[in-house]
Design a binder for this molecule. Structure first.
Ligand code: ADP
Ligand code: TYD
Length: 208
């Protein structure tokens, strides 16, 4: 099973991906925790290119190519081998992030994102958690741990609002695989919901 976490910066994706991977591991499942952009040595190199430096460093189109190149390497080197070995893959962000960030932040490029996804990736997660949070809270949380990956984190509140709306709209578009989780609660309460939904999905996927 391929599980992804999505949502705006500071919504709690990394925290929840880690908690879910730990809980599944304790329940006896083989789990591979990974992230995007990154998750393989080549994709981590591309991560530095896209997340560090001048905000105007890349055109929107070049940025889509870079995120998709990173994803392709991540799929080849990490995700597909782990799934083939029977592991549950838990990824902190995946293609829905490109649909939202590159698809709507600098013009309407969703068609281009989807075309490239179809050509080069061609796979969707089995289950996606969109962690939903008020953008002001997300921004405060993200700024509190500010580092050197600042190209996207200075987007400001109005843009975070648009990104949040973008994730919620994807959740309706892909309602079969996407669950929206209220992230404005204690981490343990959020994690309980996520684990319950994941275990239900795993049980449903298992042959009787
Ligand atoms: P994301 O990966 O979505 O950017 P993180 O999991 O890195 O979010 O969380 C951002 C910050 O908020 C971290 O400092 C984390 O410890 C904190 N945090 C995460 N979840 C919660 C929560 N439910 N309540 C309060 N703070 C949280
Ligand atoms: P991430 O490290 O998950 O940031 P955060 O923990 O703050 O949510 O991702 C870094 C940034 O990369 C984030 O601002 C969103 C952006 N991003 C895209 O713009 N497109 C993509 O396809 C992906 C995977 C991430």
């Amino acid at each position: 099973m391929f599980i992804t976490f999505e949502g705006i910066d500071g919504s709690g994706k990394s925290t929840q991906a880690r908690l879910l991977a730990g809980a599944l591991d304790r329940a006896g499942h083989a789990v591979r925790l990974t992230r995007e952009p990154g998750g393989s040595p080549g994709a981590e190199e591309i991560r530095r290119l896209v997340l560090e430096g001048d905000p105007d460093r890349w055109s929107p189109e070049t940025e889509i190519l870079l995120f998709t190149a990173a994803r392709r390497d991540h799929m080849e080197k990490t995700v597909r081998p782990a799934l083939a070995a029977g592991q549950i893959v838990v990824s902190d962000r995946f293609a829905d992030s490109t649909r939202v960030y590159q698809g709507i932040s600098r013009g309407d490029l969703r068609g281009l994102v989807d075309q490239l996804h179809g050509l080069m990736i061609g796979q969707e997660p089995d289950l996606t958690f969109v962690i939903d949070i008020d953008p002001a809270t997300g921004l405060d949380r993200a700024r509190a741990r500010k580092g050197h990956e600042e190209r996207f984190e200075d987007m400001g509140l109005a843009m975070q609002e648009r990104m949040r709306a973008g994730f919620l709209s994807l959740a309706s578009e892909f309602s079969g695989r996407v669950a929206v989780i209220d992230g404005a609660r204690a981490p343990g309460a959020v994690a309980d919901d996520i684990l319950r939904l994941t275990l239900a999905r795993l049980a449903a996927a298992r042959p009787a």
